[in-house]
Design a binder for this molecule. Structure first.
Ligand code: GLC
Length: 481
């Protein structure tokens, strides 16, 4: 049995702020249990739901030399859906109101602590992984510490590491003096071929240098990040490591997201009866959100973290024009205040057309996926994107910008050959996006049979984890040898 430990800063069902948590929550379940024992280690945040905290059992604790102190490290454990989860417990580091805070230096200290504690905990939990699979900058120091302090120890000697980049934009950067003082790493680690980047210390870079393999969450992203535009300053390093770099597209949990059985939606439907049944969800949602009762109006959904990555500036730019059309627009999500307020403003201005739900609710998200006709994702960059996969599954036609995973998973509609699963545009340009939306409106209103064929093809796509899980397994096999 090969043993894999996922280390991450968030994971469903315990704690989620974005797609990372969905991947950490759903991928381990899809790795073949006959050959792999996959477990997950996360921080134990005080802000986790009480009902989840109630599931955690104390395992043990130890004290760890960290940032000039002798820090307490608690280890907790829970088994959910056959997956074993471990938690690093520290009141000092993980008691914020949200998983991530605004103090960048404290974030670095917090996840440096987590990374070191993960390694320190291993000998105490009776699970000696063959591979530690690290996710994003928060776990970037694991491969570094593994080489540094722990590699002399036989227990750690053969452990391999994978670094998966979900979002290259966040790297965990701070001054070298600051990071060196916190981590206790020697001068040797703070050179340009290791943690140093543009005069700062960079935790993700450390992970990318020292990990045995690197992955990104789609093929196109793996290529895009080698360019200056998407490379976020690390494209040189990534190019140098391109032999160890692969893109494996994310999947979604096809049992959680299934319009035929989903208990969170008012009317279930499938690929056969969606023509009659799907629209009932829309009628119900219009009523619930106070939108104009008009089953025919094309409803466009957007469910997202409200950050600049998601192309919301394009939407702000054309929203007045778009709202002259016969459309409805439903937003769900939270994030940067300027975007939250932008959507609130349009909700106020076009009250019966726009519904801004500035909070996150999984239940409402499911209803929106089921109810909408189209789903908008005009991202500036999108390593993979999960919402478009969910939208396809619900026969809700994605309108996307051709970048990263959006490019790999949405096939542009070709009116002449009646092919494709969505609508897409190339440039990060508001009127190009508007033209693309209006093209979708035209098919929706004037060529309904064509639209329904788009829905047929969308619902026939398969973005469950199966194929991608096999690729991860191949990589683990190759690493373990
Ligand atoms: C990040 C990326 C998103 C990706 C997700 C899971 O949130 O922005 O594109 O789908 O991670 O890998």
């Amino acid at each position: 049995m090969k043993k894999i430990l996922f280390a991450a800063s968030e994971g469903v069902p315990f704690i989620k702020t974005g797609g990372l948590a969905d991947v950490v929550g759903s991928l381990p379940k899809c790795i073949d249990k006959r050959y792999f024992d996959v477990r997950v280690i996360l921080p134990k945040y005080a802000c986790m739901k009480q009902e989840m905290k109630d599931k955690l059992e104390y395992v043990t604790h130890f004290y760890m030399d960290f940032n000039w102190k002798n820090e307490y490290v608690g280890i907790l454990k829970a088994v959910v859906d056959d997956i074993t989860y471990y938690f690093i417990d520290s009141e000092f580091y993980f008691s914020g109101m949200k998983p991530y805070g605004d103090d960048a230096l404290f974030e670095i200290e917090k996840y440096a602590y987590f990374s070191k504690a993960v390694l320190g905990a291993l000998p105490l939990i009776d699970f000696q992984p063959d591979v530690i699979h690290c996710h994003d900058w928060q776990t970037g120091l694991i491969p570094v510490y593994l080489k540094e302090r722990f590699a002399g120890d036989l227990f750690f000697h053969d452990i391999k590491t994978v670094m998966t980049i979900h979002n290259l934009k966040f790297q965990g950067k701070w001054s070298i003096e600051g990071v060196q003082s916190i981590t206790g790493l020697s001068d040797y680690y703070f050179t340009a071929d290791k943690l140093e980047a543009y005069k700062d210390a960079n935790l993700l870079k450390g992970g990318l240098v020292f990990a045995d393999a690197i992955t990104t969450v789609s093929d196109t992203d793996a290529k895009e990040i080698l360019s200056d535009f998407y490379g976020e300053g690390l494209n040189g390093l990534l190019a140098a490591r391109s032999n160890d770099l692969r893109g494996i597209v994310n999947g979604i949990d096809y049992t959680d997201f299934d319009p035929a059985t989903d208990k969170k939606i008012s009317h279930n439907y499938d690929a056969i009866n969606f023509r009659k049944e799907k629209i009932k969800n829309k009628i119900k949602l219009q009523e619930k959100l106070g939108l104009k009762q008009d089953p025919k109006a094309m409803m466009i959904g957007l469910i997202s973290r409200l950050t600049d990555q998601k192309g919301l500036d394009l939407i702000a730019y054309i929203m007045d024009e778009l709202c002259q059309d016969n459309i409805q627009f439903v937003v769900v999500g939270t994030g940067e205040e300027r975007y939250e307020n932008m959507f609130r403003h349009f909700d106020w201005k076009y009250n019966d057309k726009v519904s801004a739900n500035i909070y996150y609710s999984d239940d409402l998200a499911h209803e929106v996926y089921a109810s909408c006709d189209a789903f908008l994702m005009p991202s500036l960059f999108e390593p993979c994107g999960l919402s478009q996969l969910i939208a396809l599954r619900y026969g809700t036609i994605p309108i996307v910008r051709e970048t990263g995973g959006l490019k790999d998973t949405v096939e542009p509609y070709n009116e002449y050959e009646s092919k494709g699963t969505g609508f897409s545009f190339t440039n990060y340009n508001a009127h190009e996006m508007l033209a693309c939306i209006r093209n979708a409106e035209r098919i929706y209103y004037d060529r309904k049979r064509e639209w329904n064929k788009l829905v047929d093809r969308a619902m026939a796509e398969d973005f469950s984890w199966e194929k991608s899980a096999l690729k991860y397994q191949e990589m683990y096999d190759w690493l373990i040898g």
